[in-house]
Design a binder for this molecule. Structure first.
Ligand code: ZN
Length: 346
């Protein structure tokens, strides 16, 4: 086991009465999750069929995306790729990795668009109700605007715009950008202010926004710091950044190891924990305001044991919600949420 510096992060006490279960059938309708599991290595299937592995010359060594250190040790292997742990800041990341052009091709591929369509569009309405509203409420708690002022908000990597829709319903000036054309088109048809654009091509004025979010974005990037810096530039002093990434130190990984589904090295290049993500915020000049986790760790464990390992898991299913609450409360849920604030001018 590695040794980690003791964290000074504070975990808020949580009440069981506030726990809202997730309806898995509505979130992952009609076999979409099983289909994702089957297609998850689409980005390398051709290479592996042809060469038996990923040819070495296609992979490039990376420095640690948080601290730039080049000292690391191997953490685990999966899907013909290697995850390493930075010896200096403890971040776990894919190393070596493909180049930018490869990932651009992966995310514009038909296979990936198909995965996102199944997961995102079919469950859009449920996502607005269950996740969009919750995320907007969480941001609202940390905004310090006078009454009656409508927050200016941008969701980067907005997918179908389920959070943008929840924010717009509350009267926010909410917009979103994403690189997935079918998701953007879907959201626009619902009347949302969405654009098919990358953050670096967005012409918004610096320091013009009260809130910016990056949901399920940072883990996909070769250079997460560049994206963060671009997002932070858009925030006014006192504005908030809301991040959402998989939690490497989650019950999912502790229970399933490398089989945890978010360990997806062909797509997920960076694996944060509450402490390594907090460290990234400090290095980016932001103040961490809140760190919480939610997750489907128990549901994913049950799914894996039943569908893949062929085990009887009915006893665990009966206590799934209680277990998941405990996991979330201890900050070991699979989805890590962090709100950070751009310091107000001194
Ligand atoms: Zn590092």
């Amino acid at each position: 086991m590695y040794r980690q510096r003791p964290s000074t992060m504070r975990v808020p006490y949580r009440q069981f009465s506030e726990y809202i279960p997730v309806e898995i059938e509505r979130l992952r309708p009609a076999g979409s999750y099983a289909a994702l599991m089957k297609q998850r290595t689409h980005a390398i299937d051709g290479l592996v069929a042809q060469h038996g592995q990923i040819p070495e010359e296609l992979l490039l060594l990376r420095a640690c995306p948080t601290c730039r250190s080049t000292t690391y040790r191997e953490e685990l292997r999966k899907d013909h790729m290697v995850l390493v742990r930075c010896e200096s800041c403890q971040l776990v990341y894919v190393n070596p990795a493909f180049d930018e052009a490869h990932y651009r091709a992966v995310y514009t591929s038909e296979e990936y668009q198909g995965i996102m369509k199944d997961l995102g569009i079919t469950s859009h309405a449920y996502r607005v109700e269950r996740f969009g509203q919750e995320r907007v409420s969480l941001m609202a708690e940390h905004l310090d605007l006078p009454d009656g002022v409508s927050p200016a908000y941008l969701d980067v990597g907005c997918s179908t715009g389920f959070v943008v829709e929840a924010a717009a319903r509350r009267g926010w000036r909410a917009s979103g950008i994403d690189l997935n054309p079918s998701a953007i088109e879907f959201g626009r048809q619902r009347g949302l202010d969405l654009r098919h654009a990358a953050l670096e091509d967005d012409r918004r004025a610096a320091e013009s926004l009260d809130a910016v979010s990056l949901f399920d974005v940072l883990e996909h990037l070769l250079h997460p710091q560049a994206m963060l810096d671009a997002a932070i530039r858009l925030l006014r002093p006192g504005g908030i950044l809301f991040l959402y990434v998989p939690n490497y130190d989650s019950a999912s990984r502790l229970l399933l190891g490398a089989d945890a589904h978010f360990i997806w090295p062909t797509h997920h290049l960076n694996y944060y924990t509450p402490s390594t993500l907090s460290e990234l915020m400090r290095r980016s000049g932001l103040e961490v305001a809140r760190v919480v986790t939610e997750g489907l760790d128990v549901a994913d464990y049950v799914w894996y044991q039943r569908e893949v390992a062929g085990q009887d898991v009915s006893a665990i299913e009966t206590i799934a919600d209680t277990l998941q609450f405990l996991i979330n409360a201890g900050c070991y849920g699979k989805n890590l949420r962090l709100i950070a604030r751009r310091p107000r001018a001194a």
